[in-house]
Design a protein around this ligand. Structure first.
Ligand SMILES: O=c1[nH]cnc2c1ncn2[C@@H]1O[C@H](CO)[C@@H](O)[C@H]1O
Ligand SMILES: [Zn+2]
Length: 341
């Protein structure tokens, strides 16, 4: 079974760039910057940059991003990290990925908004040329930042719409910063033609999901774990055909869910809610799509057909045109046929 999971063509819709930096690259760049790491080798460093069993909240999980963000303040590093992520994903047979990042987190040391976005887009372009992997970018507004900050993400990002940027997102500490703070920014994003996905009901209240849909115009929801608590919210997701970007391993680490047995994915599927499976952060969560699928098969008895259905859901939920979806679908089906699936 492992062989099959490794080889099947995959789609990734929820992947944070800063949470998915190769540890070796981070280590090399941190040493170059003469950062004091208090570790003696890469092995110890790897321990530092991903979460352990002891992680007991999203807030703790988010602390891990301080390492990658130290090195992601230079154009060449951002481009390289994007390019390397695409190389890693293409080796895992990921055909299409939406890469998300918060431009303002990369502006602490002299870069401006355009520098950051253009570096990611360059990395994406090189990745497409060399590894034949398609990608688009999602710009993140951070929940703890001001509304003004989110408005600027939307304003400054507009010129990249259709040139690699497709959507905006809201991420960060959900418990303390509800969606409505950023309402105006997402109203503006909708007017400007961005697609919208919002982290909601990850470790926060179930109302954050309905607020993200009704006030922030979310077309997809990141995680959506809390929906299980309210049949009305589940009905809203189903009726509006809003896909969930679920990330099982990350959700276990942040204690969004207490155990895999209680993971609501099957229930959602039975109710007709569109679900997709993603990694969230390959380095911080020390995961891959293969590991996520394997977990579902081993712990929740998913069949290979159900995994393929999840991948097809991701094609459907992707922020690309109908035509692009059909091309992607065809590519996937051709490969599956070759694999005898
Ligand atoms: O699962 C998550 N939930 C909420 N916020 C997250 C998650 N993963 C990463 N980030 C936040 O998004 C920023 C930009 O990528 C990261 O720096 C981190 O603060
Ligand atoms: Zn996320």
């Amino acid at each position: 079974m492992r062989g099959i999971l490794r080889n099947i063509p995959k789609i990734e819709l929820h992947c944070h760039l800063d949470g998915s930096v190769r540890p070796e690259t981070m280590y090399e760049l941190l040493l170059q910057q003469e950062e004091d790491l208090h570790v003696s080798d890469i092995k110890e460093f790897e321990e530092l940059v991903s979460v352990k069993e002891e992680c007991n909240s999203l807030i703790e999980y988010l602390k891990k991003f301080s390492y990658p963000l130290k090195v992601m303040q230079r154009k060449e590093n951002i481009e390289r990290i994007t390019y390397e992520l695409l190389e890693d994903l293409s080796i895992q047979n990921v055909k299409y990925v939406e890469i998300r990042f918060a431009p303002f987190l990369h502006m602490n040391d002299g870069l401006n908004f355009n520098d950051v976005v253009e570096s990611v887009l360059k990395g994406m372009e090189r990745g497409r040329e060399e590894f034949n992997i398609l990608s688009n970018a999602i710009l993140i507004c951070m929940r703890h930042e001001s509304l003004q900050n989110s408005l600027e993400v939307v304003e400054y990002g507009e010129k990249y719409l259709g040139k690699g940027v497709v959507a905006v997102d809201l991420a960060g500490n959900e418990q303390d910063f509800p969606p409505e703070i950023h309402k105006e920014a997402f109203e503006l994003a909708r007017k400007k033609g961005y697609k919208i996905t919002i982290h909601g009901g990850e470790t926060g209240a179930v109302e954050n999901i309905s607020k993200s849909i009704e006030l922030l115009y979310a077309e997809r929801i990141g995680h959506g774990i809390a929906a299980i608590k309210d049949p009305k919210v589940m009905e809203l997701l189903r009726e509006k055909n809003i896909y969930l970007e679920m990330c099982p391993i990350s959700n276990l680490q942040t204690k969004a869910v207490d155990s895999i047995e209680n993971y609501p994915i099957r229930k959602y599927m039975e109710l007709g809610i569109g679900v997709t499976v993603n990694t969230d952060n390959t380095t911080v969560s020390n995961t891959s799509l293969e590991k996520e699928y394997k977990l579902l098969m081993e712990e929740l008895n998913f069949s290979i057909e159900e995994i393929l259905k999840l991948i097809d859901n991701s094609v459907e939920a992707a922020f690309i045109s109908r035509e692009e979806k059909e091309t992607l679908r065809k590519k996937i089906q051709d490969e599956l046929k070759e694999l005898g699936l």
